[in-house]
Design a protein around this ligand. Structure first.
Ligand SMILES: Nc1ncnc2c1ncn2[C@@H]1O[C@H](COP(=O)(O)OP(=O)(O)OP(=O)(O)O)[C@@H](O)[C@H]1O
Ligand SMILES: [Mg+2]
Length: 239
């Protein structure tokens, strides 16, 4: 699995979001959180989505990650209309198309690094031998081959985040979605994690990073800035 790079299926966009809107009912009133969000992301892009706290970044990430479906607008992911998918199908799409990376790593404390990376492949019914190979290969890619049998508590924050990255790439998804991946790290370790993301982008993964840190965002090829739930800026080279 890992020996093959994600293969972009032609020049069709990976993500097409049109006029997306979302809100929450609070005290009987609809509070808009996302409004008129429209953008296209092609295979191979490295995008940072930035904006102040409360601007709607994580809400947008939940939509892009098929963890939630927006109230309004459309979202096409790799040629599929996400609104029309059943919960089962959404779970399948998440598993196949998206590798998630979170600020707090979200590793299972009782499992070793290796077992953490292997777990999503078990859910995908990847055969035993193949999944062990893929887990070992992705841990090697993030430079943790000598730490595979450690539990998260025996790893530094940066190493734990690299385990989470290995877990995200083990199934070779076309897209990596990271919500504040460096938020819990010091700046040096954060830079190492970003270098890792650059390398994965060069290997063909499309990367979307959510951050409120401009220094982190500037390492992406494109920056989409949101404020109060709306896109106020979209700059950078579109691949
Ligand atoms: N389940 C919910 N119910 C009601 N309001 C919500 C819910 N989830 C998010 N919100 C509101 O939506 C807005 C955007 O939240 P979101 O978590 O997307 O912001 P964010 O940009 O990720 O912020 P941060 O940088 O602090 O993580 C906030 O005003 C938040 O209070
Ligand atoms: Mg957030």
């Amino acid at each position: 699995m890992m020996t093959t790079k994600p293969s972009p299926n032609s020049s069709k966009p990976l993500i097409q979001v049109n006029d997306l809107g979302h809100g929450y009912v609070m005290a009987g009133e609809m509070m808009p959180v996302l409004q008129n969000i429209t953008f296209t992301i092609h295979h191979g892009e490295f995008v940072a989505i930035i904006g102040p706290s409360g601007s709607g970044k994580s809400t947008l990430m939940n939509m892009l990650g098929c963890l939630d479906v927006a109230n309004e607008g459309s979202y096409w992911l790799d040629g599929q209309d996400v609104r029309k998918l059943s919960d089962n199908k959404l779970a399948q799409i998440r598993n196949e198309k998206i590798g998630f990376i979170f600020q707090q790593y979200n590793l299972l404390p009782k499992l070793s690094a290796f077992e953490n990376v292997e777990l999503p492949l078990i859910y995908r019914n990847v055969p035993h031998k193949e999944r062990r190979r893929a887990a070992a290969e992705s841990l090697r890619l993030v430079g943790l081959e000598d730490r595979m049998h450690n539990r998260p508590s025996a790893l530094s924050g940066g190493q734990q985040q690299r385990v989470a990255i290995a877990r995200a790439i083990a199934g070779n998804p076309p897209m990596l979605l990271a919500d504040e991946p460096t938020g819990a790290l010091d700046s040096k370790t954060g830079a190492e994690v970003m270098a890792q993301m650059q390398e994965l982008n060069q290997r063909g993964h499309t990367i979307i990073i959510i951050t409120h840190d401009l220094n982190i965002a500037e390492q992406a090829k494109r920056i989409i800035r949101i404020m109060d739930g709306k896109i106020v800026e979209d700059r950078g080279t579109v691949v």
